[in-house]
Design a protein around this ligand. Structure first.
Ligand code: C5P
Length: 227
């Protein structure tokens, strides 16, 4: 069988990473969570560049970019790669609401995107990769053999993210999570550079009301058809 590239895009909390990780394990492919990369850059900037009111100077962000080193280290127990920012494991911290609330603004800076897209292309150059994000099928791998675009209702996605955060012990309000999901949808799909949109040749999967298992089976079937 031949190795292919699988690009998964969609709005936040559609369950992209859950199915992508499972599929990568089944096919023995590399899984790359590009959202984690944007989150790690954001965390770095929050520590170094952000002013206390949450504003930032775009020029300062650009100046700091060369000092950021991102790596995924595979964790045998977890079965996926954890995000390291300059040799520090930031896998937990990048999922906090504080980071979620800022990431879309940082991800809209073209120089940030340029740097991360280059790294993503490099990670996928030998194929056998499943990458999830917002611009994988449109910008990172426009020639991917399989492109999937995942959607779900806003409320369902907010509930999913809320349950996820709660189960990790985070003190969050549902309303705050819902607002964050809506805000990110808006910023991600209206930004000038690589806005979130479905690639013309992507298969759309609406995950509203269907189980993770069903979504997974659907994707596995689509992948096997192309391998
Ligand atoms: O996938 P996740 O929800 O963790 O992504 C966090 C944020 O990173 C998104 O809301 C978006 O602003 C940004 N992102 C992006 N392009 C990608 C992946 C994520 O702009 N390929």
């Amino acid at each position: 069988s031949k190795k292919i590239t699988i690009a998964i895009d969609g709005f936040s909390s559609t369950g992209k990473s859950t199915v992508a990780k499972r599929l990568a394990k089944e096919l023995n492919y590399v899984y790359v969570d590009t959202g984690a990369m944007y989150r790690a850059v954001t965390l770095y900037m929050m520590r170094k560049v952000f002013v206390s009111d949450g504003s930032f100077d775009e020029e300062a962000i650009i100046r700091h970019l060369p000092f950021i080193n991102l790596k995924f280290h595979f964790n045998e127990d977890l079965g996926f790669g954890e995000m390291y920012l300059n040799a520090e494991n930031v896998e937990k911290e990048i999922r906090y609401m504080e980071v979620s609330n800022q990431v879309s603004k940082v991800a809209a800076v073209p120089q940030v995107r340029k740097m991360l897209v280059e790294q993503q292309k490099e990670m996928g150059k030998d194929k056998g990769v499943i990458m999830d994000g917002r611009d994988i099928g449109t910008v990172v791998f426009p020639d991917a053999e399989l492109k999937i675009f995942m959607t779900a209702s806003t409320e369902e996605r907010a509930t999913r993210r809320f349950d996820e955060l709660k189960s990790r012990g985070d003190e969050v309000e549902y309303e705050e999570v819902l607002k964050n999901v809506k805000d990110r949808d808006f910023v991600d799909s209206t930004r000038e550079d690589s806005p979130l949109r479905k690639a013309e040749d992507a298969v759309e999967i609406d995950t509203s009301g269907i189980s993770v298992e069903e979504v997974y089976q659907k994707m596995l079937h689509l992948a096997k058809d192309r391998i």
